[in-house]
Design a protein around this ligand. Structure first.
Ligand code: AP5
Ligand code: MG
Length: 203
């Protein structure tokens, strides 16, 4: 399955992807994590990206597309992907569609985690990542509403958008996501350990 996670900063995209990894054999692509790793390693991409991330702005599309293009060529990415924080602009979404359609493996669903700005500000306040200070969070929210929000219509028009209430506990939200994925027919969404146990016990 190829699943796009949409939602403002702090909506729970990363949290829910981590949970899904316990259920689906699908690699997780977080462009934010890749960029933070690049900054840590002081690569040329990292040095360039840091200027934008520390201002709460989106990193320019060509940098992101080069990085994601490399990731998509990995053998394990053929099995599917949990796209977390990518795409974030219409050109990124179009580039992803072009790539996946050309490969004959289009997206299955785009999940919007719906949470108000007030709630995400509260959630992020208690975390402490480099870009979690209130001024940068305000800019990240602006970037989301101006540049990423149009993707909701983009995926809605393709019949791919599912809106998930992002309020409640992480378990509540995860249950809603599983219900949607089962309804969409892409998976039975059973925990991976249970599947392994069953396979082992059946010899
Ligand atoms: P990225 O790393 O993608 O950050 P983000 O989307 O702005 O925000 P978060 O990762 O904080 O939110 P999340 O939705 O993953 O929430 P999380 O699960 O962590 O991007 C960082 C930067 O990189 C961008 O600003 C941009 O500069 C650049 N970038 C990345 N991708 C790019 C792209 N494609 N194009 C251009 N630039 C790009 O949860 C947040 C907190 O809330 C956690 O503490 C968590 O424990 C808590 N929490 C989660 N769920 C719940 C719940 N249900 N109840 C209570 N607390 C909860
Ligand atoms: Mg995240």
């Amino acid at each position: 399955m190829r699943i796009v996670f949409l939602g403002p900063p702090g909506a729970g995209k990363g949290t829910q992807c981590e949970r899904l990894l316990g259920h689906l054999h699908i690699p997780h692509l977080s462009t934010g994590n890749l960029l933070r790793q690049a900054i840590k390693e002081q690569t040329s991409t990292g040095l360039l990206a840091e200027q934008f991330m520390s201002a709460g702005q989106l990193v320019p599309d060509p940098i992101i597309l080069a990085m994601v293009g490399e990731w998509l060529e990995k053998p394990e990415a053929q099995a599917g992907a949990l796209f977390d924080g990518f795409p974030r602009t219409v050109p990124q979404a179009q580039a992803l569609d072009d790539y996946l359609n050309h490969r004959g493996t289009p997206l299955n669903v785009a999940l919007e985690l719906k949470v108000s700005d007030e709630v995400v500000i509260q959630r992020i306040a208690s975390r402490g990542r480099a870009d979690d200070n209130p001024k940068i969070v305000a800019e990240r929210l602006k970037s989301y509403w101006n540049q990423t929000r149009p993707l909701l219509d983009y995926y809605h028009r393709q019949g791919l958008l599912e809106v998930i209430d992002g309020l409640g506990t992480p378990d509540d939200v995860f249950q809603r996501i599983k219900d949607v994925l089962v309804r969409r027919g892409g998976t039975n969404c059973q925990p991976r350990n249970a599947a392994v146990g069953k396979a082992a016990s059946s010899g």
